[in-house]
Design a protein around this ligand. Structure first.
Ligand SMILES: [Zn+2]
Length: 152
């Protein structure tokens, strides 16, 4: 976590797409962001999937910018840390994702759920850490709002 933050410093004002782009360059594999109405399509507020060419983070387009940042950072850590590598694509994922992404080479998919508490806590810690840095640098209440994001 600290190695990533040392290699890819957090800049303010924070632009999640720009940050993901630098993280992608650092790890040598493209990362795409895709905003969708996750509730409408029956997905969790954040999720990611991997294809041959790139990894994609899906996030809820209907929530606040701050919440979107928290979701994206959370999913980003799963990707960087290689979480859920054991989770293969199932029928449920295909049903959810195919209308959104078409018939790509879906390699794996992970939903944000209680599947692995340790990995969830780690992703949460990363998102919190980055938002704290942003909050400190911007002098805003970003970090405080994070409590609402990961209240569950
Ligand atoms: Zn997660």
């Amino acid at each position: 976590m600290e190695a990533l933050l040392a290699a890819v410093p957090v800049r303010v004002p924070f632009d999640p797409a720009e940050f993901c782009q630098r993280v992608a360059a650092w790890r040598g594999r493209p990362i795409r962001l895709k905003a969708v109405d996750t509730v409408a399509v029956g997905l969790p507020s954040g999720t990611f999937y991997e294809q041959d060419a790139a990894d994609t983070i899906l996030y809820d387009e209907t929530t606040t910018f701050h919440h979107q940042c928290a979701i994206i950072l959370h999913e980003l850590w799963h990707l960087v840390a290689g979480h859920y590598s054991e989770r293969t694509v199932g029928e449920d994922a295909a049903e959810f994702l195919l209308p959104l992404i078409g018939r790509g080479q879906l390699r794996r998919w992970a939903a944000r759920d209680s599947y692995a508490a340790t990995e969830e806590r780690e992703a949460e810690r990363f998102a919190r850490r980055v938002l704290e840095i942003i909050g400190r640098r911007q002098g805003s209440a970003l970090a405080d709002r994070l409590g609402e994001t990961f209240g569950e």
